[in-house]
Write a protein that binds this ligand. Structure first.
Ligand code: SAM
Ligand code: SF4
Length: 329
């Protein structure tokens, strides 16, 4: 098991497949100048599958989410999913993506064994999309979403970040649209993980703001009071259900006490948390011939040192060196 000193057990593995991306979301990356990981430093497909096999067969990992950067940019993605789908201890597999190109790959990913997708979309307006992502790709994302639904990668979840002065008025419209389309919407509070360190606590759109805006148009009732468990999203039934909306309030209502995550960066470092300031090198161990038992031991040791919480709202908070795109969101 991947146990830590606070008694938490990590069963959910986030794997970053690349730090590169075809968008430049303002809360994530600068327009240019970001230093990419060098190709030889990235884990190979074989190394990724091996680490996932060790995690599922020896460390109790049950769920694997592929992310990035933009995971659809990784040429071997479908093959990695297929190989993980054939493991003896097959994990549930999902993908977090910006949706660009998903119209071409959703079917193949489903056939390879992918269970679900989360597609990030912050706005219904193509111009706002362009301002927020610095790219003109709104229609591609909508096509990707529809393809995911058609391929049965359901429930299709949509992740939205609200930014002051850009899309902060859109919460009710986004929810109305998601309900119509049959997508499950989750708002994510903006976190201090942008490469340019531009996050400001003042003015950020909080879970409280989002819920207040939604309540002007919808009736929200908490789903399963006290049953949030390890799920980061607090969920509400919309107008009595069964439709739901989630809010991931990492800043104002952190869920660290119930966290069940472990993370692997594209260059093979274990991170205990998005906000960890330390990493443990599995790539070095892999490439110097360590056997599975040794890798598992290193992974266990890394997780044992997991901190109690991220403390974003604490004045002593220090933003990690790596941006979200390089950690894997
Ligand atoms: N490129 C893929 C995508 O956008 O879905 C996967 C990686 S992205 C880093 C994963 C998620 O993190 C996205 O939903 C994105 O909106 C979110 N994200 C990125 N930067 C963030 C930030 N500073 N605060 C909150 N969420 C952020
Ligand atoms: Fe790319 Fe995702 Fe970051 Fe946007 S949030 S720049 S899509 S990695």
């Amino acid at each position: 098991m991947l146990l830590d000193t606070y008694g938490r057990v990590a069963t959910d593995l986030r794997v970053s497949l690349t730090d590169r991306c075809n968008l430049r979301c303002t809360y994530c990356m600068p327009e240019e100048g970001l230093q990419w990981l060098a190709k030889p430093d990235l884990l190979t497909d074989d190394e990724i599958v091996r680490l996932i096999r060790i995690a599922t067969s020896q460390l109790g990992v049950e769920e694997v989410r592929f992310t990035g950067g933009e995971p659809l940019l990784r040429p071997g993605l479908t093959g990695i999913v297929a190989r993980c789908g054939e493991l003896e201890h097959r994990p549930r597999m999902s993908l977090t993506t910006n949706g660009i190109g998903l119209d071409r790959t959703a079917e193949a990913l489903r056939e390879a064994g992918l269970d679900r997708v989360n597609v990030s979309l912050d706005t219904l307006d193509p111009d706002t999309f362009q301002r927020m992502t610095r790219r003109k790709r709104h229609a591609d994302v909508l096509r990707g979403l529809a393809a995911a639904r058609a391929a049965g990668l359901t429930p299709v979840k949509v992740n939205a970040v609200l930014m002051p002065g850009l899309n902060d008025q859109e919460a009710p419209d986004l929810l109305e649209w998601a309900l119509e389309e049959g997508y499950e919407l989750r708002f994510i509070e903006q976190m201090p993980l942008d490469a340019q360190h531009g996050w400001q606590r003042e003015g950020m759109i909080t879970a409280g703001d989002i819920l207040a805006a939604l309540r002007e148009r919808f009736t929200l009732t908490p789903e399963g009071e006290g049953e949030r468990g390890s799920a980061p999203a607090e969920r509400w039934l919309v107008d009595g259900g069964p439709a739901r909306v989630g809010v991931i309030a990492s800043v104002t209502r952190p869920f660290c006490r119930a966290c069940d995550r472990t993370r692997l960066t594209a260059d093979g470092q274990v991170r205990t948390c998005l906000f960890a300031t330390e990493e443990s090198d599995l790539r070095g161990a892999l490439r110097s011939g360590a056997d599975d038992a040794r890798i598992a031991e290193l992974w266990r040791k890394a997780m044992w040192g997991k901190k109690a919480g991220a403390g974003i709202d604490d004045p002593s908070f220090v933003q990690p060196q790596r941006p979200m795109s390089a950690i894997g969101g």
